[in-house]
Design a protein around this ligand. Structure first.
Ligand SMILES: [Zn+2]
Length: 217
């Protein structure tokens, strides 16, 4: 509790000395003002009509390209340590998830980063998004292999890059295998990452049928 309250006092101090400005219009008050948030382009239907195997449902609220406010927000979240933007971005996913009737005991499984990359960045952006969505989060996967950034690779090399990349987190015990799991990724490009992650979970007897991402690139 002490640490928490110290943290919030420190946060208030930071907010006074360095007021937040909207990353798009620079209005003071938050990193993403309501006006700009509303301008983020969304798909008419966030639920994909033809989900790729092995998923029963894929939920993605936004296109990534030609969506300048969103891509700027994602970039800031990932590379400039504006972690608070994740709260606004998670709202997009939360709204999209309302289109699907998720079982109440659904758990969110963030796509992990390799420990080295997470240590360097200080956080995992998929986990940050997941923690701001109103479902329990379980870090069921770990990234055992230091992979290259998928976006920098040719399509044919992406699968190879991710082979054996994920393993089950040995520290997670007692999660019933029948718990409905929803994988959470930030930007989905070819579904290679989420598919590899789902396969590892399924091989271990888990029931992973759903995946969600903030945006489709
Ligand atoms: Zn704005």
């Amino acid at each position: 509790m002490y640490v928490l309250s110290m943290h919030s006092i420190l946060q208030q101090f930071i907010d006074i000395v360095f007021p937040k400005h909207c990353i798009s219009c620079e209005e003071e008050g938050s990193f993403l003002c309501n006006n700009c948030f509303k301008q983020i382009k969304k798909f008419k239907n966030p639920v994909m009509k033809h989900p790729p195997n092995p998923f029963k449902k894929v939920i993605i609220p936004c296109p990534y390209h030609k969506n300048p406010i969103l891509s700027k927000a994602v970039h800031r979240m990932k590379y400039s340590y504006y972690k608070d933007i994740s709260k606004d971005l998670a709202r997009l996913l939360t709204d999209a998830l309302k289109e699907v009737k998720l079982p109440r005991n659904t758990h969110l499984v963030p796509i992990p980063l390799h420990r080295k990359r997470e240590n360097f960045r200080g956080f995992n952006q998929s986990e940050l998004l997941a923690f701001n969505i109103n479902f329990p989060v379980v870090n069921l996967l770990t990234r055992s292999k230091e992979t290259q950034i998928q976006a920098n690779l040719k399509r044919s090399d992406r699968l190879k890059n991710l082979q054996n990349a994920f393993t089950i987190n040995p520290h997670i015990e007692n999660l019933p295998k029948t718990t409905p799991l929803l994988l959470i990724d930030d930007i989905c490009t070819t579904f290679t990452t989420v598919t590899q992650a789902a396969k590892v979970l399924q091989k271990n007897g888990y029931d992973v049928l759903l995946t969600g991402a903030l945006a489709l690139a």
